[in-house]
Ligand binder design. Structure first.
Ligand SMILES: [Zn+2]
Length: 466
């Protein structure tokens, strides 16, 4: 085998058959990502390889910093080629990090570049790719078409006008681009400097005033309706853990009033408020048949100096070890008792909790939708070979792998689509190994092939109902 050849990661004949005959040709539903709707609406073209590849990519920045590269070449104002050169110098040092595979898969799939990126090849690769980026084949929409993407769900704030989504829809360019309702800021009640200005923006967006808790709920419902009209079918929450404290409606009204008057809240009050908000938003999702997603377990913004200097989502986050089982159980049970639990996807960032999640999702399936509560795809730090295999194995051992809605990029970059290929190869390799070792019947290759097609594409189509 040679590096990144057609059978990359496919160790057996059965795996190769599964990938080439069943996975490879399936379209992509990228049901969670952070792509810019504006870039899709304007069909953005990129000036150079640095802009499309390094801009916003905190995975690369983190590796560069680890390799001793000063900040000016990561998020700073060094010129585009100087930044790229520093990345090219770093790449050989990323061997065995998924960045090494992603980098070369991306160069190959997008630009046909077969060379290994290192200082000696940096200039040539940069010039080749930058020249291609000037052509119409490399506009954002052309890229998405070439990557066989059918649906994209971006991540949007409830106060967003969705003007770019409306333009994209009106242009009807062949790919569905839908918003996702991500309401993290409404949970930040203990930080008046974030919460109160946000409420003002929410008032503006909903065209109402918010002077009590009921009005807050009304405004959110209004935005939820608006997102639904624009095709939104998913919500998302990025949390350390689920909040599921006990509370009464009276308490929540009172806590909200205190927050409006800038009175300090206790930790307990903030948790009660967040617990109530999660339930209210979950009820909205259920009422419209949406799927709610929870990205759990990140310990964010660990480096306060860098947070102050360059802001969040810049590569200073890590895996946390929060208490998740009890709150998850209480939260879902609360909704299930009145038969109002929406379709739910739980993404776990701490691999030591994989089995916890894989069993938790089995508690609230009710026969209404296959795989109603999903153990989501390996996420962020776990979005690599070992992390994906562990997620797939835990899901297989404790749930039904065949009902899995599969992979998503969760990326800010238009260059990340080979991650679906990467995932599919890993999936086919696991199943292929089982066949070769007699743990799955070779006589059932048609069924196993169907399973691969389902996990790659069909399950998501059926599950989300876009
Ligand atoms: Zn995300």
């Amino acid at each position: 085998m040679s590096f990144l050849d057609e059978n990359f990661l496919l160790q057996t004949k059965a795996a190769q058959t599964l990938y080439h005959e069943h996975a490879k040709g399936m379209p992509i539903i990228d049901y969670h990502c952070h792509l810019s709707p504006e870039a899709i609406a304007s069909d953005r073209k990129f000036d150079n390889l640095t802009q499309i590849w390094l801009e916003g990519d905190h995975y690369k920045w983190r590796a560069m910093r680890t390799n001793g590269v000063p900040e000016q070449y990561c998020t700073g104002n060094a010129d585009p080629y100087a930044k790229f050169e520093k990345w090219a110098e770093t790449v050989p040092y990323t061997m065995r990090n998924p960045l090494y595979h992603w980098t070369h898969l991306e160069l190959k799939r997008y630009f046909g570049v077969e060379k290994i990126l290192k200082p000696e090849t940096a200039r040539e690769i940069y010039d080749t790719c930058t020249a291609l980026l000037q052509t119409d084949d490399y506009s954002v929409r052309s890229i998405l078409r070439r990557m066989n993407v059918k649906v994209i769900c971006t991540t949007d704030d409830p106060i967003d006008t969705l003007e770019h989504h409306r333009k994209i829809k009106a242009d009807n360019f062949g790919i569905q681009v839908l918003p996702t309702f991500r309401s993290d800021k409404i949970l930040a009640i203990e930080s008046p400097e974030v919460f109160l200005p946000y409420l003002r923006k929410l008032e503006e967006a909903a065209g109402t005033s918010i002077s009590n808790f009921q009005q807050l709920l009304d405004a959110l419902t209004q935005r939820h309706d608006f997102f639904h009209e624009q095709g939104c079918r998913l919500s998302d929450h990025g949390l350390e853990t689920i909040y599921a404290a006990d509370y009464t409606d009276e308490e929540i009204k009172h806590i909200f009033e205190k927050a409006l008057q800038r009175q300090a809240l206790t930790q307990e009050e903030a948790v009660k408020f967040r617990s109530a908000m999660l339930v209210h938003m979950a009820l909205l999702d259920h009422s419209k048949g949406w799927t709610q997603q929870f990205h759990l377990g990140a310990l964010r913004n660990n480096n306060t100096r860098m947070l102050r200097e360059i802001g969040p989502d810049t590569g200073f986050d890590s895996i946390g070890d929060f208490d998740v089982a009890q709150p998850l159980s209480r939260f879902m049970d609360r909704l299930d008792t009145s038969n109002q639990l929406a379709k739910t996807i739980l993404y776990n960032l701490n691999p030591s909790q994989n089995e916890l999640y894989a069993t938790m999702v089995g508690n609230f399936n009710d026969g209404s939708t296959p795989g109603k509560v999903q153990f989501g795809s390996a996420w962020w730090f776990l979005d690599q070979k070992d992390g994906m295999e562990k997620q797939l194995n835990a899901l297989s051992n404790m749930g039904l792998l065949s009902r899995f809605v599969g992979m998503l990029t969760d990326s800010r970059s238009f260059m990340s689509y080979p991650r679906h290929e990467y995932f599919r190869r890993i999936l086919c390799n696991l199943l292929g190994n089982d066949v070769e070792q007699g743990e799955l019947p070779a006589s059932e290759m048609d069924w196993i092939g169907q399973m691969v097609e389902d996990i790659s594409y069909n399950n998501a189509t059926t599950y989300f109902g876009f």
